[in-house]
Design a protein around this ligand. Structure first.
Ligand code: 5GP
Ligand code: ZN
Length: 117
């Protein structure tokens, strides 16, 4: 655990979150500032700053994270109409929390993948 990390503190139960799915290695909880009707963050319980670090350091947990995202999408009723799974990574993507998290977004048409240039 990184004691300075917001999401490690959520995993540790020190900061409350609305948990929707949990496994031995992953946790999923609702985003505090949802950008869509369904906006769930899916994280590994272990600290990795971003998806590149996670993929390199722990392929097994990387697979667990994808499975957890799929389980969340199914539980939230997103499979029929589709959804977006997004990993902001680094400065250009505007990553704000440096504990890797996949955003599961859905519940309505999400519009273009990126803002118009
Ligand atoms: P990023 O920009 O790093 O990809 O996304 C960080 C996300 O974390 C944002 O969507 C933001 O709303 C969410 N977030 C920030 N602080 C908290 C918090 O304390 N609890 C929850 N549930 N989400 C948070
Ligand atoms: Zn962390």
């Amino acid at each position: 655990m990184d004691t300075d990390c917001l999401f490690c503190r959520i995993v540790a139960g020190e900061i409350p979150a609305t948990v929707v799915h949990e496994t031995d290695t992953t946790l999923a909880f609702r985003d505090i500032d949802p950008k869509a009707p369904v906006h769930v963050l899916v994280i590994p319980k272990t600290h990795h700053p971003d998806v590149v670090t996670l993929a390199r350091q722990d392929p097994a947990v990387s697979a667990d994270l994808l499975s957890a995202a799929a389980a969340v999408a199914e539980a939230e009723g997103l499979l029929a109409d589709g959804f977006r799974l997004l990993f902001n990574t680094g400065v250009y993507a505007g990553q704000e929390v440096f504990h890797v998290h996949g955003h599961v977004l859905g519940g309505e048409p999400l519009g273009p993948m990126l803002a118009p240039r």
